[in-house]
Design a protein around this ligand. Structure first.
Ligand code: HEC
Ligand code: HEC
Ligand code: HEC
Ligand code: HEC
Length: 148
């Protein structure tokens, strides 16, 4: 699908915690580490800003991993996991990381998926909040209501 990216800011309103975590990650400034000259070099952009040319979206953006959001980011679609995936939501896994974090990247250490995944955690806060919101409100203690 061409030009179906909405940009990372489009996810922010509904995913403020994920957005805030991403913003502090290396992925949110991956284009800036390149010199102005390198920012025009497709060989560097392929990993440092992979959707800049086709989608006008910089850095390793939300949609670089999760897929272009044009069709899945409506609230009613997002709430339907199956539908969201049918219209473009991608579950990024180790394979997608290795598309960039492989032998061609400058890292001297081999890519440790478990550790690196932890380093880009932008889901735990959101999941915890969702769980708390879904939890049943505990009933009042009998003493508390009797003392009124
Ligand atoms: C209009 C609000 C809204 C926008 C905009 C939005 N989302 Fe969502 N998203 C949601 C809701 C609501 C859920 C479901 C959460 C739940 O289950 O309570 C969700 C779920 C998700 C999930 C988990 C899906 C699953 O089934 O496991 C991912 C990943 C996600 N969104 C990524 C994104 C990305 C990336 C963007 C930006 C391109 C985005 N969202 C934009 C509201 C939104
Ligand atoms: C195959 C994907 C890939 C390509 C192509 C690539 N890089 Fe990178 N680059 C990475 C990854 C992944 C890292 C982070 C490595 C790490 O820290 O373990 C990185 C890190 C860097 C850093 C260090 C950033 C920092 O925060 O210190 C610089 C500078 C850099 N790359 C420049 C370039 C330049 C210039 C080019 C083009 C000639 C290029 N890269 C091409 C994947 C790539
Ligand atoms: C480098 C790839 C990458 C980028 C960039 C990225 N994500 Fe994710 N995201 C993941 C992975 C991988 C997971 C699943 C982690 C897991 O389940 O262990 C995830 C999980 C999520 C979830 C939680 C889904 C759930 O089941 O609860 C949401 C929401 C989400 N991402 C939104 C975003 C948003 C919004 C952005 C941009 C601000 C973003 N992501 C950027 C890779 C990425
Ligand atoms: C489109 C290419 C791309 C994909 C896909 C990608 N990354 Fe990255 N990642 C980069 C680049 C480029 C950097 C270096 C950015 C910088 O230093 O400014 C980086 C840096 C990082 C860093 C910080 C540096 C380091 O090595 O500790 C972590 C952690 C990381 N990525 C984890 C992941 C994980 C986990 C995934 C898969 C869920 C993933 N990345 C997918 C391109 C990518």
């Amino acid at each position: 699908m061409a030009h179906d990216f909405l940009g990372s800011e489009s996810c922010q309103a509904c995913h403020p915690d994920a957005y805030a975590a991403w913003q502090t990650s290396a992925h949110a400034r991956s284009r800036e580490v390149l010199s102005p000259q390198q920012q025009k070099d497709v060989r560097c952009l392929s990993c440092h800003s992979p959707n800049q040319t086709d989608q006008k979206v910089s850095h390793v953006a939300c949609e670089s991993c999760h897929g272009g959001g044009q069709y899945y980011s409506a609230r009613f679609v997002m709430k339907d996991s199956e539908l969201a995936r049918l219209v473009g939501l991608v579950d990024p896994g180790e394979k997608s990381c290795r598309g960039c974090h492989d032998g061609a990247s400058p890292s001297l250490k081999p890519f440790d998926f478990t550790a690196k995944l932890k380093a880009i955690d932008h889901w735990s806060v959101e999941r915890a909040k969702r769980k708390a919101a879904a939890a049943v409100v505990p009933p009042l203690k009998p003493e508390a209501s009797a003392s009124r």
